[in-house]
Design a protein. Structure first.
Length: 324
């Protein structure tokens, strides 16, 4: 067995994961995101609790720890180079946790870990090449080719959300303008719905009622709930975001030529209301689409624990192989 850790900006999930991807035990703790030492201590304690619940305090039945982090991780999987929502900058995370837990540790970008979970256990099971997107606050990417995660020369591959999409477009948190995620993410969905309500358009009546007239109170989950209930304006907003998702995908698919695209993350809760417009836009924009298979776009299957499961599986494969 292996322990998986998914460190997010607000919460951290630690779980004991079996070789079949099932989570035997898990523990959720708040993330002390701006205190590096506190973060190490909190995660190490959670790991000890999860390991001890099955194997005793020494964690003897656990083969290793896989950690997923939203940020840039070096290619060897040892150092968090930069994590925008955490205090880690050039932090030797693997070495620190190995000293604290006595177990071998591998660190991976959280979306790459999610991609691995989908490749091994989920909607991309055995599909190669595979592209996995998470569509939430931004857009993240994970790529599997030849049965391997593609990490790139420095470990920074998969940052598809920051591919330039609109020249001199909306400012992005990364410091650039016009990034794809500013137009096709959950954040973009929320922005579009708020703008519709603020415009006073009669079509936004249901959205306005949901937020009691205060557009700033709208979020993506509210828009999705209304859309799934049949509200035409909410459906239209999601469809527009889906179309922009598909248009942006055309470039990434043209480069990678994957067999399948798996989409997860909060925005994907809208299901085909988001994915069908994305499919249509991809087919319309992909080079040579009339003469080649257009990769299907499907919903992710591993759920909110995907990054934790994928990180654990990466650790199990790496450290299990080292012991054989």
């Amino acid at each position: 067995m292996a322990i998986g850790v998914d460190i997010g900006g607000t919460k951290t999930v630690v779980g004991l994961v079996a070789p079949d991807g099932s989570v035997l035990n898990s523990h959720v703790v708040p993330t002390p995101s701006q205190d590096s030492e506190a973060l190490f201590a909190v995660v190490a304690e959670a790991v000890a609790q999860v390991a001890g619940s099955v194997t005793g305090a020494d964690g003897g039945a656990v083969i290793g720890i896989g950690i997923g982090v939203a940020g840039l991780v070096d290619a060897p999987g040892r150092t968090v180079v930069f994590a925008p929502h955490l205090a880690w900058r050039g932090e030797p995370v693997a070495a620190r946790f190995e000293a604290m837990t006595g177990l071998p540790v591998e660190v991976e970008n959280d979306v790459a870990a999610t991609a691995w979970a989908e490749y091994v256990f989920g909607a991309g099971r055995g599909v190669d090449p595979l592209l996995v997107l998470t569509v939430g606050t931004g857009i993240g990417g994970g790529i599997v080719i030849g049965g391997q995660l593609i990490r790139g020369a420095t470990g920074a591959s998969g940052e598809v959300g920051h591919v330039p999409f609109v020249p001199d477009g909306r400012p992005c948190a990364c410091g650039a303008n016009g990034c794809w995620e500013q137009y096709a993410s959950g954040t973009a969905l929320t922005r579009a719905a708020r703008e519709l309500v603020a415009s006073g358009d009669p079509a936004s009546r249901a959205l306005s009622q949901a937020c009691e007239g205060d557009a700033e109170q709208l979020d993506g989950a509210m828009v999705t709930e209304l859309a799934l209930a049949g509200d035409p304006a909410s459906i239209a907003v999601i469809a527009r975001i889906g179309a922009l998702l598909g248009e942006g995908l055309a470039g990434t698919v043209a480069i990678l030529d994957p067999q399948r695209v798996v989409v997860g993350g909060g925005a994907a809760q809208a299901g085909d209301l988001l994915l069908q417009p994305a499919r249509e836009a991809l087919a319309a924009r992909l080079v040579g689409a009339a003469f080649r298979p257009v990769p299907p776009i499907v919903a992710a299957e591993c759920g909110e624990q995907a990054a934790m499961i994928g990180a654990a599986e990466l650790a199990r494969q790496r450290f299990g192989a080292a012991q054989t």
